[in-house]
Design a protein around this ligand. Structure first.
Ligand code: AHR
Length: 323
C-alpha cells in the first residue's frame, strides 16, 4: 500500500569537476587531414527510447561541431563493441568514445588504444578497471544516486508491508548494478519494504513485459514494480493490464529515464514516479573531445544534470519534452 504521492523536489546535479585527467595515450592525439577531428563512437545498441535520444544527440552535435563521426551499433554485445573499437584504432581516428555495454572486460582493448596514442572518452556508462589511465574522462549520470532517488520516493510513499518486484537492466551494466545498489541502500530504512523478485529485462520493452508476466504468475502479491528504465516499465504496464489489473493503482510503478513515452504514462497515472536520466550528452561529449584531441586537461568525471518527476510534474513538463 502506498500513501498519497507527495511532490518530490527535483535535484539537479551540475558537472562535478573532480581531479584533472592525466591518463590515456600521452601527447596530442592524431587528427586527420586539414585538422578535422574524427571520432569513433561505439554505441550500446538501440534498446530503449533513451538510447535513441542519446544516439540522435551524439550524431546531431558531432555535425554541429564539425566532427567527422564514425558510428557503430553493438546490438548490446560487448564483443561487437570491442571489434568496433579495434577498427577505430586501425583507422587511426582522433578520439574514441563509447558507452560500455557492461562494466568489466575492457582493459585489453583500451590498452591497445592507449598504445596507439588515441584518447578514449567514456560516455553514459563507466567501466570497472583499476587503470584510470585507460580513459581521459567519464561523462554521464550518477546511477547510484538515481537508484537512491527511486528508493527515497518509495520510503516516503509506502505504508505497511510492501512487496516490490524489480526489473533490472542488462546484467553487468553499470546502470543495472548501480540503480539496484542505490535503491537497496534507501529501502533498507524500512524493513516492511521487501524486494520479492528481481530479474533482468535487458532494458527493453519486450524484456520488461516478459519478466513481468512471469512475476505476475509466480508472486502472490505485488505492490510495486521498480523498473531500471522506462521501456521495461512500459512493458510491465502491458503485462499488468493483460492480467486484469490497473497499473499505477493496483500495482504502483517506479521507473528511470523520463523519455516521452514514460512521461506520458506517468501523466496518465499508469506510472507513479520517474527518476530522470539525461540522454542529451552530445554537446558535452563534442566539447570534451575537442579538448582531449588538443591535449588539454579535462575533468576526470563530468556528472550530467537530472531531476525527478511526479505525475503532476510530468503533466507540466510533457509539452516541452524533446525526446
Ligand atoms: O545507460 C543508460 C541506460 O541505458 C538507460 O537508462 C536505459 O534506458 C538504456 O538502455
Amino acid at each position: 500500500m502506498l500513501k498519497k504521492i507527495t511532490t518530490v523536489a527535483s535535484v539537479v546535479l551540475l558537472s562535478a569537476l573532480t581531479a584533472c585527467s592525466s591518463g590515456g595515450g600521452g601527447g596530442t592525439a592524431p587528427s586527420n587531414g586539414g585538422g578535422t577531428i574524427t571520432m569513433g563512437f561505439a554505441q550500446v545498441g538501440a534498446e530503449s527510447g533513451w538510447r535513441t535520444a542519446n544516439t540522435k544527440s551524439i550524431q546531431d552535435e558531432a555535425k554541429a561541431a564539425g566532427i567527422d563521426l564514425k558510428f557503430s551499433d553493438a546490438q548490446q554485445k560487448q564483443e561487437n563493441q570491442i571489434k568496433a573499437i579495434r577498427s577505430y584504432i586501425q583507422q587511426k581516428v582522433s578520439v574514441i568514445a563509447f558507452s560500455p555495454v557492461v562494466e568489466t572486460g575492457w582493459d585489453t582493448v583500451l590498452l591497445e588504444a592507449k598504445r596507439a596514442n588515441i584518447p578514449v572518452i567514456l560516455t553514459d556508462r563507466s567501466i570497472d578497471s583499476d587503470d584510470t589511465s585507460l580513459y581521459k574522462t567519464f561523462l554521464g549520470s550518477d546511477f547510484v544516486e538515481e537508484g537512491r532517488k527511486a528508493g527515497d520516493w518509495l520510503v516516503a510513499n509506502a505504508s505497511g508491508p510492501t512487496t516490490v518486484v524489480e526489473l533490472q537492466g542488462t546484467t553487468g551494466a553499470a546502470p543495472a548494478n548501480d540503480r539496484k545498489k542505490g535503491f537497496e541502500e534507501k529501502i533498507a530504512a524500512k524493513p516492511d519494504i521487501k524486494v520479492v523478485a528481481s530479474q533482468t529485462g535487458d532494458f527493453t520493452r519486450s524484456g520488461g513485459k516478459q519478466v513481468m508476466e512471469a512475476f505476475l504468475k509466480s508472486q502472490p502479491k505485488i505492490d510495486v514494480v521498480y523498473a531500471h528504465n522506462d521501456d521495461m516499465g512500459l512493458g510491465a504496464i502491458e503485462a499488468i493490464k493483460a492480467a486484469g489489473k490497473v497499473p499505477g493503482k493496483d500495482i504502483k510503478i517506479i521507473t528511470v529515464d523520463a523519455v516521452k513515452d514514460g512521461m506520458t504514462a506517468l501523466a496518465n497515472g499508469e506510472i507513479n514516479f520517474i527518476v530522470e536520466c539525461n540522454p542529451l550528452l552530445g554537446k558535452q561529449l563534442m566539447d570534451l573531445a575537442k579538448k582531449v584531441v588538443a591535449g588539454e586537461d579535462v575533468p576526470a568525471r563530468v556528472v550530467t544534470e537530472e531531476g525527478t518527476f511526479t505525475q503532476e510534474q510530468a503533466k507540466t513538463a510533457l509539452p516541452q519534452r524533446q525526446y
